[in-house]
Design a protein around this ligand. Structure first.
Ligand code: NAD
Length: 298
């Protein structure tokens, strides 16, 4: 069994690291948030006092952090991974970050003699808990193959995407589609209600019809229909509006770089921005339904 360092024990990283511990690995977790550390500890992860403590003697380091700036700080900072890990340690970043940051991490890791892959995930908090995530992995083929073996206990699908940063490219495009689907699901759900349809009856129809999507089946924004949905829980976050806005912003920025018009994506970003401006940045992103059903002030 391997020694695994895990940095970033939040909504996703908490469950993912616990699944590796459950698989029998020694997992050493580090997070700035004491509550996140305690929750992972309850699942079998050993708390580490610093990044240096977590990575000492590790076979592999996983990171699951909010944004590119956090990933850069954790890998490149004075107290960071590259400064303290041994170069035999494989480095796997599963955060969703901008391509420029991902490329900077690949370059810095290679210059320091490390194997590094970008390995973002899809499947949400429910997929992280159930160990059914899809991983998309970019990097040198040997490092991707090595990472695959460590990833298995967390994943239903592991898909190599090509060279450095292609995992992030796949993830950014996937999430552009996810958030557009989420916005359209919110509109369909509220309109169905106003037309007098029972919420369960409408969901039963849409989920086996052409309106189906992962957002509909996992994040349905009306309470009492889908067990994994944050709508059942007053929109307590499984994926915050702030992170959703970040992801759709990554797509828009990549689209600008490539001359790709994203008219729908840009509109959905404006919707997330309105939610954030109303003080809902920390709420689940499926609260986008509030812009449709008129409950923005609640
Ligand atoms: P989160 O905010 O719940 O967790 C991030 C954790 O990183 C927090 O606990 C935070 O304290 C920690 N952290 C930040 N800076 C740190 C540092 N310097 N050192 C140690 N810990 C640090 O976010 P999340 O929902 O778990 O998402 C993590 C990443 O996964 C994001 O990039 C997100 O876009 C992506 N993602 C999220 C989901 C989802 O459904 N939540 C799904 C797929 C991918």
């Amino acid at each position: 069994m391997a020694v695994i360092a895990w940095i970033g024990l939040g909504n996703m990283g908490g469950s993912m690291s616990v699944n590796l511990a459950t698989a029998g690995h020694e997992v050493r977790g580090f997070d700035l948030n004491a509550e996140a550390v305690a929750a992972a500890e309850a699942g079998g992860v050993k708390p580490a006092g610093s990044i240096a403590d977590a990575v000492a003697g590790a076979d592999v380091v996983f990171t699951m952090l909010p944004k590119g700036e956090h990933a850069r700080a954790v890998y490149l900072g004075e107290d960071g991974v590259l400064a303290h890990a041994d170069t035999r340690t494989l480095l796997v970043d599963s955060s969703t970050i901008d391509i420029a940051s991902a490329q900077a991490l690949h370059d810095a890791a290679a210059a320091a003699g490390f194997r590094f892959v970008d390995a973002p995930v899809s499947g949400g908090m429910s997929g992280a808990k159930a160990a059914t995530l899809t991983f998309m992995i970019g990097g040198e083929a040997g490092a991707v193959a090595e990472a695959t073996e460590y990833i298995r206990p967390m994943a239903a699908n592991i898909i190599p995407t090509g060279g450095a940063t292609t995992g992030q490219a796949a993830k950014i495009c996937n999430n552009l589609m996810l958030f557009i689907n989420l916005a359209s699901t919110a509109e369909g759900a509220v309109l169905a209600d106003r037309l007098g349809l029972d919420k369960q009856v409408f969901w039963d129809i849409a989920s086996v019809s052409s309106g189906d999507s992962w957002a509909l089946r996992t994040w349905y924004p009306v309470a009492g229909v889908v067990p994994t949905a944050a709508s059942n829980n007053d929109f307590a976050p499984t994926f915050t509006t702030e992170l959703a806005n970040k992801d759709i912003g990554l797509a828009i920025s990549a689209a600008r770089d490539t001359g790709t018009p994203l008219e729908i994506g840009e509109h959905v970003q404006q919707l997330f921005q309105r939610l954030i401006d109303s003080g809902k940045a920390g709420m689940d992103c499926s609260a986008i339904v509030k812009l449709v059903d008129g409950t923005l002030d609640s």
